[in-house]
Write a protein that binds this ligand. Structure first.
Ligand code: ATP
Length: 587
């Protein structure tokens, strides 16, 4: 609530205006007995504070007007200790009221006989006139209140705009900058006034902004940069026209700092996939060795090429390398080169500008390299990358910059590349299916993950690990595998490597109702594998030889000529045949 004290100067002016028109003195008090105005024209009593014992005090207390016809008639005056110094002849005192509350009072004081007579004669008109003056004061109070409220709202708006993470610039309908929030001016270490009054095109020349200002066309998420001096604010820009009462009144631009965009990406990719080397299970010397190499190179920026069959854990290693490097707080972005149609792969990798091809999304798109800024790009199945993109990838790796499709602007990159494949890249290089120069560029640090069948010693620990994992996930308490099940799993060759093992455990834990996993919950192919082994009857070389001789003699006959032909068919000499027939007792 605004107080009269807040508009003291104005109230004093009103008091002086009344005083000079009527040639009387005016004193105005607020409801807290502060003297707000005093014309001091003829009045002798030095009023510094208003006392509630004064007539003014009484009017404030009661909210009712008082007319004093002379000091000797008014109780307040009779009791007043300053009455001897007071040359008051008559007075009209009215309350200033607003929303049924008394905000103060106005006293009109006549000092001379002449003005006393005037005052008393015209008391009705004067009270009316003073009421108008009180209304004028109230009007000013309301104005002040509205302007205070406006100021509060404005301050709140500025506070809100400065507390959000996005940069904001507001424009008038000609494109002149009205307001810039702290994200923008702090970034450039300028103060707000540097921007105010400039035309937006002086700091940012974008066709979208021209269209926004001229045609009220909104846009969103355009990648752009404001360059001032040596600093560059790299952002995703959106713009919306502002309308007040249906009338166009400028526009608002919002800038999402690219590093914040990357952080969001990072948070998404961090969700549940941040892993350490400890979550790579295996105690075979092969796995230990690979882990050791990966740990050692984690903090280097060199490109890593991970080779290994499908399901051996290539992506797991790539993640462990990233999350154990000093890039761990930045994004880990994966792209499976085999899973994306060739036509889309290029734009997924490098991004594109709006309108660069049919079907391009409005506003363009950032490629994986850009999204991984400061972090790591994992290019899975790199062996499936088409040759023309291999050339482009090589350029990106060498120049450490990327150009979006349809743009000639180079964006500097700080990205580490980890590539992986289950193909024999060296053979592909020989067959000219993979560029040799890219192969050498990628395989600065080669890491070979051996297939599970070459480290069957890891199977037991992996089975126990995944059993515990799926018990936890599925809320079960399966203690282990029945003896014959475990024997079979330990002997299986795992063509699908760890992924296959994990899937088998997941299935079994899902299906098993007892405390130990039984044979019936193990896929047929593993049992088949075993059955096939069991069905093979291993025979000795001698018995095979005996059978071959026997069969040949049955075909060619056991006479002299038959034996010559049989020996020839068996690929041995006739003498040898006679010797072996003797040995095997074939008559
Ligand atoms: N040593 C390991 N310890 C724990 N889990 C593993 C291990 N190796 C692989 N896995 C798990 O096996 C599954 C397959 O691993 P991953 O995807 O890393 O293999 P990949 O070699 O990249 O496969 P692909 O070539 O098919 O992409 C994942 O669920 C992974 O967590």
């Amino acid at each position: 609530m605004v107080k009269l004290l807040d508009i003291k100067d104005l109230v004093q002016k009103i008091a002086e205006a009344i005083s000079s028109v009527l040639d009387m003195d005016v004193i105005i008090s607020d409801c807290e007995y502060n003297k707000i105005a005093d014309t001091k024209k003829h009045y002798d009593l030095e009023v510094t504070t208003i006392k509630d014992t004064y007539v003014l005090g009484k009017v404030i207390r009661t909210g009712k007007a008082v007319v004093v016809e002379g000091k000797e008639y008014e109780e307040q005056c009779i009791k007043c200790e300053g009455k001897d110094k007071c040359n008051l002849q008559a007075m009209i005192c009215i309350p200033i009221q607003f929303r049924k509350k008394t905000l103060g009072a106005i006293a009109l004081i006549a000092i001379t006989e002449e003005t006393r007579d005037d005052l008393l004669k015209n008391r009705k008109n004067l009270i009316e006139y003073m009421n108008r003056m009180a209304e004028l004061i109230i009007g000013k109070v309301m104005e002040q209140e509205a302007s205070n409220n406006l100021e509060i709202v404005k301050n709140q708006m500025v506070h809100i705009m400065n507390s959000i993470d996005e940069g904001i610039i507001t424009l008038d309908e000609t494109g002149e900058i009205l307001y810039v929030n702290s994200v923008i001016y702090n970034f450039f270490s300028y103060d707000e006034d540097y921007f105010k009054g400039k035309m937006i095109r002086e700091i940012l020349l974008e066709p979208y902004i021209e269209k926004l200002v001229d045609e009220n066309t909104s846009f969103s998420n355009i990648e752009t940069s404001i360059k001032l001096g040596r600093r560059e604010f790299h952002a995703l820009l959106s713009g919306k026209p502002m309308k007040i009462g249906g009338k166009s009144s400028g526009a608002i631009l919002t800038f999402r700092n690219m590093s914040d965009v990357y952080n969001v990406v990072n948070k998404v990719s961090l969700n549940d996939l941040s892993i350490s080397f400890d979550s790579i299970i295996g105690n075979s010397s092969e796995v230990e060795r690979v882990k050791e190499t990966a740990k050692r190179v984690a903090n280097s920026n060199s490109t890593v090429l991970i080779l290994g069959e499908s399901g051996t854990g290539k992506e797991l290693f790539a993640r462990a390398i990233h999350y154990n490097s000093n890039r761990k707080d930045n994004p880990f972005i994966t792209l499976n080169c085999a899973a994306i149609p060739e036509s889309l792969l290029e734009s997924e990798l490098f991004g594109y500008e709006e309108g660069s091809f049919t079907g391009a999304v409005k506003g363009g798109k950032m490629g994986k390299f850009q999204l991984a800024q400061g972090g790591t790009v994992f290019l899975d199945e790199i062996g499936d990358m088409p040759l023309h993109l291999q050339t482009k990838l090589l350029r990106v790796l060498q120049e450490k910059t990327v150009e979006k499709i349809g743009s000639s602007k180079s964006i500097p990159l700080d990205v580490r590349v980890i590539a992986a494949t289950n193909k024999k890249l060296d053979n592909m290089v020989e067959d000219r299916e993979f560029r040799g120069d890219l192969y050498y560029r990628l395989s600065v640090i080669p890491i070979n993950i051996p297939p599970l069948r070459n480290r069957l010693g890891d199977v037991k620990i992996l089975l126990d690990y995944f059993l515990a994992q799926y018990n936890k996930r599925l809320g079960k308490n399966i203690k282990g595998f029945e003896r014959d099940v475990e024997d079979q799993l330990l002997m299986y060759e795992w063509p699908g490597n760890v992924r296959e093992l994990e899937n088998i455990v997941e299935y079994a834990v899902n299906m098993e109702k007892s405390k130990y996993i039984k044979m019936e919950n193990i896929p047929q192919r593993i049992k088949k594998n075993m059955n096939e082994k069991e069905a093979i009857i291993i025979t000795t070389i001698d018995s095979l030889e005996k059978k071959a001789i026997y069969d040949a003699l049955r075909v060619y006959g056991n006479n002299y000529e038959g034996k010559i032909n049989a020996a020839e068919a068996l690929g041995i000499g006739t003498a040898t045949l006679y010797r072996k027939m003797k040995k095997y007792e074939i008559k």
